[in-house]
Design a binder for this molecule. Structure first.
Ligand code: B12
Ligand code: SF4
Ligand code: SF4
Length: 257
């Protein structure tokens, strides 16, 4: 199979754009070595999925999240199907890199470093460039795009990098961030972002548990009927729920905007 066969197959499955990177072109200082996932890895197939505009622009935060959940499900299924296709046709191994969780929650990582940095992978595979918001901007879909990838044993050369400067430095992402998490160029303050983008994540759960354990039995009964507990309960079976998409949604970059 050559790159065009693989690209065509992935686009047919529903990816919006597909890029390739030879493993030597993927360089992410903080991330683990991809050989710890697939020791014989030679290349990455990176897939981009665009968010629905109606979902990101909805006034209802749950609509944006349900759009994201649909993309996560589609991308997870597609990376598996593409891997199976490559393994069957080429008799080589292919290992999926999912969009998000499960993440390594071990010491020093605490869910803040993915097994593969998909932003570095997307840039190496010619799918975009980094913007002021520390996200990858795709030439067509702009910032409204998310990624997953497949590690393979195939010798596939990298796609040409995007050389256009897609971020126009308008500063809207910095202004629109409710957490002031983007004040320092080149750095996202993860804890500030998490408080707004995942209010029902681990930080919210810890705060609730601490409050609950200090409460009297009467107060505990009330806390279990509190909307905050109901949100945490919902998150416990849905998974991470993002409540902020401002830095993606407000960015004017990309042909489709
Ligand atoms: C952990 C995580 C977070 C943490 C951030 C931790 C962090 N500092 O990276 C938190 C919870 C804060 C977070 C928030 C968000 N995230 Co997030 N997150 C991830 C995850 C799971 C791992 C990232 C990771 O490994 N970081 C650790 C190392 C690699 O980061 P780093 O080296 O410090 O990278 C920084 C610098 O290197 C700098 N940088 C400097 N020079 C260069 C050069 C290049 C080429 C690159 C790429 C970067 C770079 O950029 C980075 C800025 O923080 C990825 C999925 C994945 N597996 O990659 C998604 C991911 C990065 N998140 C994503 C998104 C969309 C979001 C949010 C918008 C939330 C939402 N509603 O979806 C916000 C945006 C915050 C922002 N503007 O930065 C997307 C980005 C898509 C895109 N278009 O780029 C990803 C890729 C998920 C996906 N499957 O598409 N996220
Ligand atoms: S997701 Fe929201 S809180 Fe996090 S950096 Fe983007 S705009 Fe700020
Ligand atoms: S909102 Fe403006 S400054 Fe921020 S990434 Fe997009 S184009 Fe760049």
């Amino acid at each position: 199979m050559n790159k065009e066969d693989i690209r065509g197959y992935a686009l047919n499955l529903g990816a919006d754009a597909v890029g390739f990177a030879t493993i030597g072109d993927y360089r992410s200082k903080k991330s683990p070595d991809p050989k710890l996932i697939l020791p014989t890895v030679k290349s990455m197939v990176v897939m981009a999925y665009r968010e629905l505009d109606g979902s990101l622009d909805s006034l209802n935060a749950r609509t944006a999240m349900s759009g994201r959940m649909a993309l996560m499900e589609l991308s997870q299924k597609n990376v598996y199907l593409l891997g199976r296709h490559i393994e069957d046709k080429c008799r080589v191994k292919a290992a999926p890199v999912l969009m998000s969780y499960p993440l390594d929650m071990g010491p020093g990582i605490l869910g803040l470093i993915g097994d593969v940095s998909l932003r570095h992978a997307a840039v190496a595979a010619g799918l975009g460039v980094l913007g002021r918001h520390n996200l990858v901007i795709h030439p067509r879909f702009g910032s409204r795009v998310i990624f997953n990838a497949l590690l393979t044993e195939l010798d596939l050369p990298s796609d040409p990098p995007v050389t256009d400067e897609l971020c126009n430095d308008c500063g809207l992402c910095v202004e629109n961030c409710p957490a002031q998490a983007l004040e320092v160029e080149g750095q996202t303050d993860a804890l500030k972002c998490l408080r707004f983008s995942q209010p029902w994540g681990i930080g919210g759960a810890i705060a609730f548990i601490v409050r609950f354990t200090k409460a009297t039995p009467e107060e505990q009964k009330k806390l279990l009927a509190d909307p905050r507990f109901l949100q945490l309960y919902q998150a416990s079976f849905i998974g991470f729920q993002y409540n902020c998409f401002n830095c993606l949604a407000g960015c004017p970059a990309g042909e489709r905007r």
